[in-house]
Design a protein around this ligand. Structure first.
Ligand SMILES: [Zn+2]
Ligand SMILES: [Zn+2]
Length: 397
């Protein structure tokens, strides 16, 4: 190993050690003050102030509460985005005596995004301190509204991804033990789309159904028919989910309603499957409704494509993770049918989204993401930060 490499190695370790307390402090501050999607004003302010203090040029209000912060090495090279999402969830955190708990009733960082912001700021601090050791530009991207898949596109429309060559991002992952890192070349998370179906009939007297077109019965048939898209039309080897999470219609027992509203979500691992599922939901719902003299209006309300990591960038991250936690602690993650709109950035520039273990090994049952019991082992934060820093240094040449 050459002398400068040894120097970089020891500097990375020193920077991670120097940041340990900061990582915990930032994460705890954000955990106590969670903000829902589209409401991340305070979180954005914390991220912006910290980035500015490190010497980054900060732009706030990039697509709502989005924050972009750039640090230029002064030498030509690639532009690398480090993306962290900021929003919390409408979940009441369990009051089980935990030391760090949300101070906002009914709002909780139940997905680990508090840690994502902390790790990105930690990596930013190390890269700022080691500015002589890399070339190009680092762009921090603090993204709002990930949980609703509504944050990335407005940021991209506001120019957040312009000129970006590579993207790195972490999702903390409670099912994975702290001290482990999982990287997948290719698809990590599926697509996530939401839609509504409005079933229109013709209301009337509950005692004289023959004079009406009953949308409740039509909706019931549609719900059952939609189950066959996955069970009868989709390969057992192609993971796909159609969930109808909400149905609303009618006012009382003896009145046949005019309309019934259904809302649902679609998950797939392939873009072509995603498009097929959305098209078939529309076709099946319309066809079944028509057979019952009703009408079904399909509206695709929001969505993001699958999260796909570039194999080349994933290999760089894998080397960074091995240097951080050792080869025995680096896994290949199986794809999961959750979504993340980091996918929209990864469509624009090659990159890698990877999982950093955040599970408490001593706690037995791991509380799932989005649950009131969710918790991270804060020892995961330096692992994520170090992997990010090492990968960034390898890419910024
Ligand atoms: Zn989530
Ligand atoms: Zn999340």
């Amino acid at each position: 190993m050459s002398a400068p490499a040894v120097d970089v190695e020891s500097r990375v370790r020193a920077e991670v050690d120097r940041s340990r307390q900061d990582l915990v402090d930032i994460r705890r501050d954000l955990h106590r003050h969670p903000e829902l999607s589209h409401e991340e004003a305070r979180t954005a302010q914390v991220a912006a102030e910290r980035a500015a203090a490190l010497g980054f040029a900060v732009r706030q209000g990039v697509g709502e509460h989005g924050v972009i912060a750039d640090l230029d090495s002064g030498r030509p090279g690639p532009v690398l985005m480090l993306r962290a999402d900021m929003d919390a969830l409408p979940v009441l955190e369990r009051d089980d005596g935990r030391r760090v708990r949300s101070e906002v009733d009914g709002v909780m960082h139940a997905c680990g995004h508090d840690g994502h912001v902390a790790m990105a700021l930690g990596a930013a601090s190390a890269l700022a301190a080691m500015q002589d050791a890399w070339s190009g530009r680092v762009r921090l991207c603090f993204q709002p509204a990930e949980e609703r898949a509504e944050g990335a596109v407005p940021m991209i429309e506001a120019g957040a991804a312009d000129g970006v060559d590579r993207v790195l991002g972490i999702h903390l992952w409670a099912p994975l033990q702290t001290g482990r890192v999982a990287i997948t070349p290719g698809v990590l998370f599926g697509s996530a789309d939401s839609f509504t179906l409005t079933v229109r009939g013709r209301g009337g007297h509950g005692g004289m159904p023959h004079t009406t077109v009953d949308p409740v019965v039509a909706a019931a048939q549609i719900i059952v028919a939609l189950q066959t898209i996955v069970s009868r039309e989709t390969s057992p080897f192609a993971p796909a989910v159609i969930t109808l999470g909400k149905i609303a219609g009618g006012t009382t027992f003896n009145v046949i309603a005019d309309t019934v509203d259904i809302a649902g979500t679609v998950r797939a691992l392939e873009q072509s499957e995603r498009e097929r599922l959305l098209r078939r939901i529309d076709e099946v719902a319309s066809g079944v409704a028509a057979s019952m003299r009703a009408e079904a209006v399909f509206v695709h309300t929001a969505g993001c494509p699958p999260v796909v990591s570039d194999p080349g960038v994933a290999a760089v991250v894998r080397d960074a993770a091995i240097a951080t936690v050792g080869e025995d602690n680096v896994d290949v993650a199986q794809p999961v049918t959750v979504g993340d709109d980091v996918a929209c950035f990864l469509e624009r520039a090659r990159g890698c989204y990877f999982l950093v273990g955040a599970g408490h090994p001593e706690k037995g049952r791991v509380a799932p993401h989005h649950s009131a019991d969710f918790d991270i082992d804060e020892a995961c934060l330096p692992v994520g930060m170090e992997t990010l820093v090492r990968a960034a240094l390898a890419m910024l040449r």
